[in-house]
Design a protein around this ligand. Structure first.
Ligand code: PGA
Length: 249
């Protein structure tokens, strides 16, 4: 199976939602492809209503670390489920960097998600400095070991991992095929130290400047189970081409 997951980040309007819904309602998803769209929260329920009975699933981009209650501004796992989400992105590098989200908080979010039956899309990725000075493997292993220690490997049964080198996000610069395959192998090996069963089935997605031109090449690499796509997922034509490219991957 190949995953195409769109991450709209803090973008999108009602008008854009309507255009997407209109095209996607009639769009034939290839049978070996999973499509998930993660719009901003304001568009989650409109998408849920307009894509009902469609193969496209929905995700949120963030989740509260606590249950529903007196936490002004927070969106709990139950609320996300209620609005139509089946997935949630956790640990995106933008949240780690701009909102200081670290392992303890991410683990609490992960637990909230899995307890409510939401599937986490857990993001990991190294900085340009780590890539340049040869410490990327060690950094990624540490990110995995830390979150697994804080959550328990058994909670990963329905999770997905997105490897997103920070230097490739929104920059137009993708990692090379070798960098991607090597790192995905390394990620799978690292998970296998925690559980061979989880490591075997865990979808590992690549993210970072995936677009309709490079998608099928990336999706066909060893150990790559699809992509987490930002910029290109905002354009309906590109998004449809990304989905179609899984057929050739
Ligand atoms: P990008 O973003 O495709 O715009 O590089 C990917 C992501 O941050 O998930």
């Amino acid at each position: 199976m190949t995953w195409v997951i769109g991450n709209w980040k803090s973008n999108g309007s009602i008008a854009q939602q309507q255009t997407f819904a209109e095209v996607l309602r009639g769009y034939k998803i290839p049978s070996e492809t999973h499509v998930v769209l993660c719009p901003p929260i304001t568009l989650l329920y409109p998408f849920h209503q307009s894509l009902i009975n469609n193969d496209i699933k929905l995700g949120a981009q963030n989740i509260s670390a606590t249950e529903s209650g007196a936490y002004t501004g927070e969106l709990s796992a139950e609320m996300l489920k209620d609005s139509g989400a089946d997935f949630v992105i956790i640990g995106h590098s933008e949240r780690r960097e701009y909102y200081q989200e670290e392992t303890v908080l991410l683990a609490a979010k992960f637990r909230q998600a899995t307890t409510a039956g939401l599937r986490p899309i857990f993001c990991i990725g190294e900085s340009l400095l780590a890539r340049k000075n040869g410490t990327a493997d060690g950094y990624i292993k540490q990110q995995i070991d830390d979150i697994v220690a804080a959550t328990d490997i058994s909670a990963w049964e329905n999770a997905l991992v997105a490897y997103e080198p920070i230097w490739a996000i929104g920059t137009g610069e993708t990692a090379t095929s070798k960098q991607i395959s090597d790192m995905h192998q390394h990620i799978r090996n690292t998970f296998s130290k925690h559980s061979a069963t989880i490591a075997r089935t865990l979808p590992i997605l690549y993210g970072g400047s995936v677009n309709p031109n490079n998608a099928s090449g990336i999706f066909s690499l060893d150990n790559v189970d699809g992509g987490l796509i930002g910029g290109a997922s905002l354009h309906i034509d590109d998004f449809c081409q990304l989905i179609a490219s899984t057929d050739t991957a």
